[in-house]
Design a protein around this ligand. Structure first.
Ligand code: IMP
Ligand code: MG
Length: 177
């Protein structure tokens, strides 16, 4: 049977995401038309809450890509798939990538490299709701991190286990009995 143990409540998440919004607002205050790129599917919840807390001079441009490295397993498959990678012309813009979690680092490093090659961004940063450094294979360090987590499989607030539990308003750990 699968049980889910709460790690961070929705209230705790709300507070932390608001703090990150303040931090990002400070750094992007005077930047011209920042581009926020959400990485689907897992990043939808974090992006949706985060952008509401970003208060900057210019309006944001929000884009999405769909990347996948897991399939239905709880261990990264090792290759990054790109089910949807259509972006408009964002040449030389200031780009902030929004991810659910950096685990092995493969997805983030693949995508950051892709953006660097394709669009020569004026700046390129990464905001990740979670950072799981224990499993890192490729060195990636998010510029903004919600929570640093241990080596367990987490669900909720956008994160799934075999496409389940993304809708949970809290972050939980899968306990298999
Ligand atoms: P990476 O490429 O290994 O860094 O993995 C990144 C992707 O794997 C994330 O965007 C998630 O979709 C998925 N992932 C990694 N760890 C977890 C987890 O604990 N729960 C759910 N999904 C995870
Ligand atoms: Mg996933």
């Amino acid at each position: 049977m699968t049980k889910i143990k709460e790690i961070y409540s929705s209230e705790k998440i709300r507070q932390r995401v608001a703090e990150l919004g303040v931090e990002i607002s400070r750094d992007y205050e005077t930047i011209e038309r920042p581009v926020i790129i959400g990485v689907l599917k897992g990043g939808f919840s974090f992006l949706s809450d985060l952008v509401k807390h970003i208060k900057v001079t210019d309006s944001l441009q929000i884009e999405f890509v769909h990347l996948s490295s897991y399939g239905a397993a709880t261990v990264s498959s090792g290759t990054v798939q790109t089910p949807y990678l259509n972006l408009p012309n964002i040449l030389n813009r200031h780009i902030l990538v929004v991810e659910d979690i950096v685990d092995s680092g493969r997805t983030a490093s693949f995508f950051l490299e892709y953006l660097n090659d394709q669009f020569l961004p004026a700046s390129l940063k990464l905001a990740s709701f979670l950072d799981k450094p224990a499993r890192r294979v490729i060195p990636v360090k998010p510029d903004y991190t919600g929570f640093v987590v241990g080596d367990s499989f987490l669900v909720g607030y956008g994160l799934d286990y075999a496409e389940k539990y993304r809708e949970l308003p809290y972050l939980g750990e899968i306990i298999t009995e």
